[in-house]
Design a binder for this molecule. Structure first.
Ligand code: FES
Ligand code: FES
Length: 162
């Protein structure tokens, strides 16, 4: 079947099998390898992307289901001049990563969480990210990074509206 979707603002159209998972479509057809595959049990969240702005595990979605929709991967988070997203900056500053394998999915899940709840408590961050597993960090710095990103984004929007 032919599938067409917008990925990080650009149209990607390709012939693919009906059973192709979105994560494989992104990695192998679109060539966007930041989206990782960490399990085969839909439990790790390494494959998290934004589908029409909502975080989804792209190993649980068929490419066909994303036909006509908008997908954002970690490659698409940076701004037009290549500046990192505030969540990415906060992860770097607060040491929210070690090996980095979970990080693209963790960052996208965090972006989605902060869109829904721009001022989360620590508990809400922990609950919001519970579908994303990290084997390295013990989560503490990840949670700190998300809380810091929330503060940074609030300060940025206060600056814009001033
Ligand atoms: S690869 Fe583990 S949840 Fe998708
Ligand atoms: S930083 Fe290694 S799995 Fe999270």
């Amino acid at each position: 079947m032919n599938v067409t979707m917008t990925v990080n603002g650009a149209e990607v159209a390709a012939e693919t099998e009906d059973r192709t998972l979105l994560v494989h479509f992104l990695r192998e057809t679109a060539g966007l390898t930041a989206t990782n595959v960490g399990c085969d049990t839909t439990s790790c969240g390494a494959c998290t992307v934004l589908l029409d702005g909502e975080s989804v595990k792209s190993c649980t979605v068929l490419a066909a289901q994303a036909d006509g929709h908008d997908v954002v991967t970690a490659e698409g988070l940076a701004g037009p001049a290549g500046q990192l997203h505030p969540v990415q900056l906060a992860f770097r500053r607060e040491h929210g990563l070690q090996c980095g394998f979970c990080t693209p999915g963790m960052v996208l899940a965090s972006v989605s969480l902060l869109r829904e709840n721009p001022k989360p408590t620590e508990e809400e961050v922990r609950m919001g990210l519970e579908g994303n597993l990290c084997r390295c960090t013990g989560y503490h710095n990840i949670v700190r990074a998300v809380l810091a990103a929330a503060d940074d984004m609030a300060a940025e929007s206060a600056e814009v509206t001033r």
